[in-house]
Structures are given as C-alpha cells and as structure tokens.
Design a binder for this molecule. Structure first.
Ligand code: SAM
Length: 387
C-alpha cells in the first residue's frame, strides 16, 4: 500500500497512518511517499517495511550499500538535524525541558565502525535482517573500516559451519573472535599475517590477547570482552568535550570506566582519578592502559556503580543504554558531587535521568555527536552543575 510519512518516532522510524492506525516504518523520512508492506498488525499500532520509494525527501542521504533494505545494520538515512530534533522532543517529553544540543558532525558516514558481530548462516557470515530474526549473508559492511572488511573478505573463502558467531574488532591492530565449534587451524592459516589476534571461545589461539587503538597521545589496549567506543574517528572529539566539561580539579571519579579510556584522557587535569567498572576484561585493560600510558594518578576498581561511596567533586558517568539505576542516581544526588558529566548513548534514559537530577543540578551544556551515521543511534554529553 502507498502511504505518506507524516513524522518521525523517538526511535527515528517513519510514522504514517494505515486505516487510522499509527504505523511505524523503518528508513522512511517525513514527507516521503512510500510503497510499504505491513509486517505486524497490533491492537494499537502496525509495523511496516518500505518496498519502494515513490517520492524521496531532499533530506535523505542515499545509502550505497548493496544490502541496504535487507540487512538491518543501516536503519536510518536522514540528515543529523533529524536526530537533533528528536533529541529535543525526547527532552521535552521525558524531562519537560527545552534543550537544543550543539552538534559535533562526523566527517565520514561510512568506514567508521571498529567492531562487527556476525552470525553464521549455512557456513557464511551474516547479519540480522531488518525487522526480523532472519539472516542476510554479507561479504562486506560499508559501516566498518577497511581492516575489518579485508578480514570479512578472507573469511568468505571458507565454510564456517560449526561456528555460531564471529566478531571482528579492528583499530590499529585487528582481532577476530570466534564462538562455536571449528577446526581453528584453518582460520589461523587463512588469517596468519593479516590479523594480530585470534580468540577462540575465550582463549587466545594466535597473537595478542588484546588489540591496540591509538587516540590522540594515548595508546589503549582493548581486551575481547571489553567495551570500546565503536566510532574510532569520533573518539577524540567525544573525549575532548568530556575533558572540556569536566575542567580541572582535585579528584575525579570515572564511573562505568570501561578500559579506563576517559579517566586516562583526563589525567592531566586532575590530581587523583578513580575508575569503577563491573567487567573484568575491561578492568584488566584499564590497568594495562594505565601502565602503557605511564599514568600515575589513576586507580581502577572492579565493582558495581550502585554500591560505591563518592568522595570526588567531579564525576563522569558513561552508563550502558539502560542509563543509571535508582541506587546510583541516589548515591550521586546524596553526595557532594559539584560537577557531573553525563555521557549517554540513549537519549530516552538520558532525559529520564536528567529529569531527576534537575532538582539539584543545573544543565549547563549539551552536545550531540554524530557517532553512528546511517543508523538510528546517537551519542551525547551533558554538563550538570550542582546548584
Ligand atoms: C558505555 S560503556 C562506557 C565505557 C567507557 N567509559 C568508554 O568510553 O569506553 C559502559 C560501561 O559500563 C560498564 N557497566 C555496566 N553496568 C555497570 C555497573 N552496574 N557498574 C559499573 N560498570 C558497569 C560496562 O561494562 C561498560 O564497560
């Protein structure tokens, strides 16, 4: 059926009405006329998929990937201004605040990802299809950097049956993580000299146990299960903003510190820094990163953010998509934290948390980063100061 898109939802899906019922359509922009197929009809809403574009928006960024429309990796094709407007709407709705973020643009809309997780489908590498659990075989991903695509190309020459998942992490060095059952000597022979590390079901079977990513003057080691910002090209822009917002001071707490990357990046500006993180691999990386970068004024603790005592004046929080839990928010609110820098990858939980902090804190500045071009995702940073 042919519909016109009226608006965008908070998760950047096109909204139209089919027989009076709201219908959410992936990869459709306001003003566009599209031929759609209904995928799901629920009591209160439908979900649809674009079959063809009849009238395209001038704000559409044409996607050049051969798998576009099949693979779910590229989920949004509009200009960043749409994300800025949605961000504003979300803050209005969840925090009752008028916030217009500054935007830091990305120079590249392809080739920015340093990590890809692929399933194995009939022995081939595949990604999950848009709006479904079906798999689409791929032999490249344009969102990923060249190093990752070189490894994908190599791996497509063998039958990967037996493996369940293959993850490739590619920065200054490159790691392949294999999960499932496989005669891994075949992969070692295939990738020898091309990659720096191969991990098979949690064990390092070739090369190093971690990869390296150089950001600004810092050298970061990343272990297989540790979080690392996925857009390598935007990391220094993001961390520079965190550094600017945090300013200079005596003690800094880097909560949800991952491999210690933010604390280390800010180490010149504080006398003492403490990082807290729940993932063991990440803490191992954080301690190695402290050593590699010769940072003396930082320490890392393995622990849960919701079970700490805060003695620092300045805190950076960078939680997962679920945002802060009640206990962690209360610990911050009942502490003497004067400056809070909140890094978020989910504007809805971000706005929900800011709505609670706003009784005690003033929102000084908010910046949105175009860290995930061609997708619905966004990254943002906010500076809050205690009133
Ligand atoms: C978005 S990442 C941020 C990592 C780091 N700041 C960076 O820029 O690379 C969130 C991190 O929080 C950690 N995490 C999740 N829940 C946690 C909790 N309850 N307490 C402490 N750390 C947690 C995850 O393991 C992950 O490393």
């Amino acid at each position: 059926m042919i519909v016109k898109i009226d608006n965008l939802s908070h998760d950047l899906k096109g909204i139209s009405r089919v027989n009076g019922k709201v219908t959410f359509i992936d990869n459709a922009l306001p003003g566009e006329v599209v031929d759609i197929k209904l995928l799901e009809e629920k009591k209160c809403f439908n979900k649809g998929k674009v079959i063809s574009y009849i009238e395209k928006s001038k704000d559409r960024i044409e996607n050049i990937c051969p798998y576009f429309g099949g693979c779910g990796g590229c989920s949004f094709s509009g200009i960043i201004e749409y994300k800025k407007n949605i961000f504003r709407d979300i803050f209005k709705r969840y925090a009752n605040m008028d916030i217009t973020p500054d935007v830091i643009y990305s120079d590249n809309i392809y080739g920015y990802r340093n990590k890809i997780s692929m399933k194995i489908n009939n022995g081939k590498l595949s990604l999950v299809e848009e709006n479904s659990t079906e798999l689409v075989d791929i032999d490249k991903c344009l969102l990923c950097n060249d190093k990752i695509n070189m490894v994908i190309e190599k791996l497509t020459s063998v039958n990967l049956n037996g493996l369940k998942e293959v993850i490739i992490r590619g920065a200054d060095s490159i790691m392949v993580i294999l999960k499932g059952e496989y005669d891994y000597d075949i992969i070692i022979k295939l990738l020898e000299g091309y990659v720096d590390s191969i991990i098979y079901n949690g064990n390092c079977i070739y090369g190093d146990e971690y990869i390296i990513c150089n950001i600004d003057k810092y050298r970061y080691a990343i272990y297989p299960e540790s979080f690392f910002q996925v857009n390598t090209l935007m990391i220094s822009k993001l961390y520079d903003k965190v550094k600017e917002y945090a300013g200079k001071g005596d003690k800094l707490l880097d909560l949800y510190c991952g491999a210690g990357t933010i604390g280390i990046y800010l180490a010149d500006n504080f006398n003492k820094i403490r990082g807290i993180e729940i993932n063991k691999d990440a803490i191992k990386g954080a301690n190695l990163n402290k050593k590699i970068n010769g940072i003396k004024n930082i320490s890392f603790e393995l622990g849960n953010a919701n079970n700490i005592k805060i003695e620092e004046d300045t805190v950076v929080v960078d939680p997962p998509r679920s945002g802060l839990d009640d206990k962690t928010r209360n610990i911050i609110i009942n502490s003497n934290v004067k400056k809070l820098v909140y890094v978020s990858c989910n504007p809805i939980t971000f706005a929900r948390d800011i709505n609670i902090f706003k009784d005690k804190y003033d929102i000084k500045s908010v910046t949105l980063f175009d860290n995930f071009p061609n997708t619905i995702h966004m990254e943002s940073v906010c500076l809050l100061e205690r009133r």
